[in-house]
Ligand binder design. Structure first.
Ligand code: KG4
Ligand code: ZN
Length: 345
């Protein structure tokens, strides 16, 4: 079965073809970073319009790369949420119309489930069960995963997501959007510990997180004194270390509490090299193996949506062939357990 995956939940247009027999046949992502940069963040209306422009050229590119034709596609999986309503609607309506025209099913996919399963696309995928640390721009969650569609929430951020904290800290340090990679780049020139930032909820005894206080602490440090370039680099390094320490400590505690040996890290912040370095070291000391998606599949992409859709279809998921589609901008991952699909609108 060949599944076309369509991702358009935020500022990346992603298209991919996943073949259940041959694996990932092709994928392409168009990032809107350059377009939103001037505004310091994502402008939803511009995002939607750009998805409209990119979908067909990207689809042509991926079909050519995979040496496949439109007629070879057996099903279409699209991101139905969570995300920006307008951006989601572009991908969903494109998927549903193409599916209707071709007489094939269109399946709505949860964006975070896509991230969660993305390490299974790597050359050395994890077996179930595992604990997953989902760290994206909008979510920071620890989940117990026992199979496709079997997720239990262990803990989550009570306020800002880790990626959001990176993005806000980048702004405070005078860096551009998206903030995560820029803070990481600046941090590489700095030294953690020279200025001290808190490690929020490190000893809270549960698996929840809080990152908004950390951002306020960065704001206070920036206001207290005029920082030179080296001072800003030290602050970025300390911020990165604080986030890393909390994520690593809590994720490994969750693995221990669940009596598991595997940790999967997914979502944009999972691309952070310091986080990977510290996780790998501390996990190895505890006999835990950490799995990541391929670096290019850490941030938003169509491959994870195609793969997730394929897994769902193989498990017998219901999919629409009538051209009806639905999106759900707010869609907690735990609700997937109750109903695998968003209600149709
Ligand atoms: O998963 P993702 O691409 O989109 C969402 O679903 O949110 O994650 C984007 C987030 C942004 O907040 C971005 O700043 C962060 O991931 N990010 C990073 C790095 N690369 C992306 N954060 C820290 N270090 C990075 N290298
Ligand atoms: Zn994402």
């Amino acid at each position: 079965m060949i599944v076309l995956g369509i991702e358009s939940s935020c500022d990346e247009t992603g298209i991919a073809l996943y073949d259940t027999e041959r694996g990932l046949r092709g994928h392409a992502v168009h990032s809107q970073v350059a377009m939103h940069e001037a505004y310091g963040g994502v402008v939803p209306e511009l995002a939607s319009r750009d998805h409209v422009r990119r979908l067909i050229p990207l689809l042509r590119k991926v079909l050519a790369e995979a040496q496949a034709r439109l007629e070879d596609i057996d099903a279409i999986a699209y991101t139905a949420g969570p995300g920006l309503a307008g951006a989601l609607l572009v991908g969903a309506s494109f998927a549903a119309s193409l599916a209707l025209a071709r007489g094939i099913p269109a399946l709505p996919v949860h964006h975070l489930e896509g991230h969660l399963l993305s390490p299974l696309l790597s050359a050395d995928p994890p077996d179930f069960p595992f604990v997953a640390l989902l760290v994206s721009g909008g979510h920071t969650q620890l989940m117990r995963v026992t199979g496709v569609g079997e997720y239990a929430l262990l803990g989550e951020s009570l306020d800002d997501a880790a990626g959001e904290a990176f993005d806000k800290t980048a702004k405070l340090l005078g860096l551009g959007y998206p903030g995560g990679p820029q803070v990481a780049r600046l941090a590489a020139r700095g030294q953690p510990g020279r200025c001290k930032l808190p490690r929020p909820m490190l000893h809270s005894g549960d698996f929840d997180f809080s990152f908004s206080g950390l951002k306020t602490a960065v704001l206070t440090a920036v206001r207290k004194q005029t920082l030179d370039d080296a001072g800003r680099a030290d602050l970025a390094a300390e911020f990165q270390e604080a986030v890393t320490e909390v994520l690593v400590t809590k994720a490994l505690a969750a693995v221990r509490a669940q009596n598991m040996q595997r940790l999967v890290v997914a979502g944009g912040v999972g691309a952070n090299l310091r986080l990977r370095e510290r996780l790998n070291t501390e996990a190895a000391q505890q006999g835990v193996r950490v799995y990541y998606p391929e670096l290019e599949l850490c941030t938003d992409n169509g491959a994870m949506i195609a793969f997730c859709g394929a897994q769902r279809l193989l498990a017998g998921a219901r999919a629409e062939t009538s051209g009806v589609f639905s999106v759900r901008p707010r869609w907690p991952l735990q609700e997937l357990m109750e109903s695998p699909l968003p209600p149709l609108c």
